[in-house]
Design a protein around this ligand. Structure first.
Ligand code: NAD
Length: 497
């Protein structure tokens, strides 16, 4: 059976590690290939390659960098369906959803193609007599990315196109559960003309991550994954003197007011709750029904769930695929069991689902839990599966208090026809990304993506303008031309005149 290679110095490199993991097809439950778990030496080789490449890439002209990124954009666009197919085979999400993932990643590449505008500094003429001052944005140097399983193409694309456009070199440690798409992207970057060593990929687990966190040649780390690991990455990376942005988990609430368009809200809740089997950090996992909204909304949601087709993501009729691993399936199922034991009403029970011909696949049907209360484990913890919890509250104020009381603050949405209520929600809610009659408010590539509270550790959001700030250091220059009239030693603090 195939074992994946790392990608170091512009070429595939076979691992000598004795440790490796299985990569499954979640729809069939079969192991498709093995992924090596890099040794410290292998991580060091990737970082050394990136450090060497940094010596020249940081000086590459904007024109050169732009050309490579445009070339890469063309190749990703041409291979969109190949990438999507790989995603479906290893992640399990349905093919159309995988295509959507690649498209949103492509948009970040397109943003990075605009680097010549993005990297413009500022200039102030004559700040003092014959003195000009200006700022430059320069690359950090070697940057590392550590990414989760749920968007194996898009989340790395939130990072490396922007980092590379800014003149950095990159070492990516993708998720070990669906790693193949990353190797494909590294190959496409090479085909686009990216010099050797500018992009490196090491596969692995905690051993590789820990080496990246401590490696003295790495200047910055972008992480996306679960909150406990995000906190660990942030604390360890910053302790080692690195710039770190670490995006964590989520528990996104969708508030439905009684005046909302209930058909629109039902469509949104089902799409955002069960799309990609709920394995999205922007999935809706809590439906907060205000007043009598639940009585109107829940029958419509049940109707839509009944019409949903769960199956192999490569079959065109499938709308929702399997979960990533058997272990994760068991964990999500145990949350449903626990919710039921704690008193939640299981309105739709996906635990009984069987997908004919895919008996060993990691499938769980959509689950809808009603009467969920804030003290229940299903409410407090991130489940990351096709489980939508309904919490009923009497007032808008209670809905807000619920969201503010939750430790996560990634995304949220409100469904209403009352513009004033929507405006109030957008103004006061303590969450990083807000949808108004939009359930999954993922910012465009020219904004930046990031949650609040325990959904993000660090100051800057990812991609967009914040991405450019994160991957560059600011430098301010003050210059005096022509030759100054006044010469002589001046010990006083410089003043402008
Ligand atoms: P994860 O935290 O288990 O893994 C993320 C990365 O960290 C992987 O590359 C993994 O190999 C590495 N890792 C795992 N355990 C580690 C350890 N002990 N020490 C060092 N490194 C370790 O996350 P996942 O299960 O792959 O992805 C799902 C999670 O990611 C969910 O919590 C989801 O909400 C979150 N997520 C967040 C965002 C966001 O933008 N905020 C986006 C996507 C996913």
């Amino acid at each position: 059976m195939e074992t994946l290679t790392h990608w170091i110095d512009g070429r595939p490199v076979a691992s000598k590690s004795e440790r490796a993991g299985d990569v499954y097809n979640p729809a069939t439950g079969e192991v498709q290939r093995h992924v090596p778990y890099a040794t410290v030496d292998e991580v060091d080789a990737a970082v050394a390659s990136a450090a060497k490449a940094s010596e020249s890439w940081r000086h590459a002209s904007l024109a050169t960098r732009t050309r490579v990124l445009f070339g890469y954009r063309e190749l990703v666009n041409r291979h969109k369906d190949d990438l999507a197919r790989l995603l479906t085979l290893e992640h399990g999400k349905v093919f159309s959803d995988a295509q959507g993932e690649v498209q949103r990643g492509l948009e970040v590449i397109e943003f990075a193609c605009g680097l010549s505008s993005l990297l413009k500094g500022e200039i102030s003429e004559n700040v003092s007599t014959d003195v000009d001052s200006y700022s430059l944005r320069q690359p950090v140097g070697v940057v590392a990315g550590i990414t989760p399983f749920n968007f194996p193409a898009m989340v790395p694309m939130w990072m490396y196109p922007v980092a590379i456009a800014c003149g950095n070199t990159f070492v990516l440690k993708p998720s070990e559960r669906d790693p193949s798409v990353t190797n494909f992207c590294a190959e496409l970057l090479a085909k686009a003309g990216l010099p050797e060593g500018v992009m490196n990929v090491v596969h692995g687990d905690k051993v590789a991550v820990d080496r990246l966190l401590e490696h003295p040649a790495i200047g910055a780390i972008s992480f996306v994954g679960s909150t406990p690991i995000a906190r660990y990455i942030y604390e360890t990376g910053t302790k080692n003197g690195k710039r770190v942005q670490a995006l964590g988990g989520a528990k996104n609430h969708m508030v439905v007011l009684p005046d909302a368009d209930m058909d629109l809200a039902a469509d949104a809740a089902v799409g955002a709750g069960y799309g990609s089997a709920g394995e999205r950090c922007m999935a809706i996992s809590v439906l907060v029904a205000v007043g009598n909204a639940a009585d109107k909304l829940l029958p419509k949601i049940k109707e839509r769930i009944a019409a949903m087709k769960v199956g192999n993501g490569l079959e065109a009729s499938s709308q929702m695929g399997p979960l990533i691993t058997r272990q994760h399936l068991d964990k999500v199922t145990s949350y449903v069991n626990q919710g039921e034991a704690e008193g939640a009403k299981v309105l739709v029970d996906g635990r009984k689902l069987k997908v004919p011909g895919h008996e060993k696949g990691f499938f769980l049907g959509p689950c809808l839990l009603d009467d969920v209360r804030p003290e229940m484990v299903v409410y407090r913890e991130e489940i990351f599966g096709p489980v939508l919890s309904v919490v009923r509250v009497a007032t808008y104020a209670e809905a807000i208090a619920l969201i503010h009381g939750h430790p996560y603050g990634n995304g949220t949405a409100i469904f209403t026809n009352d513009g004033g209520a929507a405006r109030k929600f957008q103004h006061e809610i303590q969450v990083g990304m807000v949808g108004i009659n939009v359930p999954i408010p993922v910012p465009m590539s020219y904004y930046s993506f990031g949650g609040w509270k325990q959904s993000l550790f660090g100051d800057l959001h990812i991609y967009g303008p914040d991405g450019v700030r994160f991957y560059t250091r600011n430098k301010v220059v003050i210059g005096r031309w022509p030759d100054p009239q006044f010469r002589g030693v001046e010990l006083g603090f410089p003043q402008n005149s």
